[in-house]
Design a protein around this ligand. Structure first.
Ligand code: DC
Length: 218
């Protein structure tokens, strides 16, 4: 695709399960841009803290931990100190703990430059909770990708069934609602809609339809 000015910066925020990860990755491939899954960084720190038994409430110790870990993203795989942890960081407990440590301002500040450095070459598609508001306030295009709690729970249920795991929809609704609350109500960099963001609701859209809508906006 060579219709965009380069370097180009597309920032996408939204709640857990809105489809932003899949959509952002596809767009980065179509547009030939770098891809930043910022949630993976929080998940990696949470996983490392869990393994090293670092108190998730202790921001100073968490910052010390970040300074000592080696994080790499290579070919869609995620590495912590040279170990491939791509599957592990997707565990429910890691996601929950990522949301807990994400409230610490010191920790968020510590990883700011690391995230901004992904914007190089022809540009970047970055997704998370504060890409449009804090990390890349000057993005060329900002999207807030939303979906209802019920729809997100249904999608998660389908994914888990494919993995042979049967969790009740109500449990998933409760988990998603709790995560939304943590992410939207924290003091620093809460998930919110940037003034200049386009809001898309993906309830009735397929992945391809969502990608095409964003391509039109670009
Ligand atoms: O997108 P995800 O589910 O992988 O993110 C896991 C958690 O990380 C999320 O619940 C909150 C935190 N997070 C954040 O605070 N800011 C971001 N930009 C991305 C994720």
């Amino acid at each position: 695709m060579n219709f965009i000015k380069k370097p180009y910066l597309l920032a996408i925020d939204g709640p857990a399960g809105s489809g932003k990860g899949t959509v952002a990755k596809l767009l980065s491939k179509k547009l030939n841009l770098n891809y930043l899954d910022s949630g993976a960084i929080y998940r990696l720190i949470a996983l490392s803290a869990m393994e090293k038994k670092v108190d998730l409430e202790n921001d100073k110790n968490l910052v010390d931990l970040i300074r000592r870990v080696d994080i790499n993203f290579i070919d869609d795989q995620t590495f912590l100190n040279n170990t491939n942890v791509s599957e592990k960081i997707r565990y429910e407990a890691v996601g929950k703990n990522a949301s807990i440590i994400a409230k610490h301002l010191k920790l968020r500040k510590e990883i700011l430059t690391f995230q901004r450095n992904f914007f190089q070459g022809d540009g970047l598609v970055a997704e998370g909770r504060d890409m449009t508001t804090v990390v890349f306030p000057n993005a060329d295009l900002k999207i807030y990708l939303d979906a209802s709690v019920n729809e997100r729970a249904k999608r998660r249920h389908k994914q888990l069934m494919l993995l042979g795991k049967d969790v009740s929809i109500q449990n998933l609704i409760d988990d998603i609602t709790a995560r939304d609350k943590l992410d939207k109500e924290r003091i620093h960099s809460p998930l919110s809609i940037a003034d200049d963001a386009f809001v898309l609701n993906s309830d009735d859209l397929s992945i391809d339809q969502t990608v095409n809508k964003i391509l039109k906006l670009i």
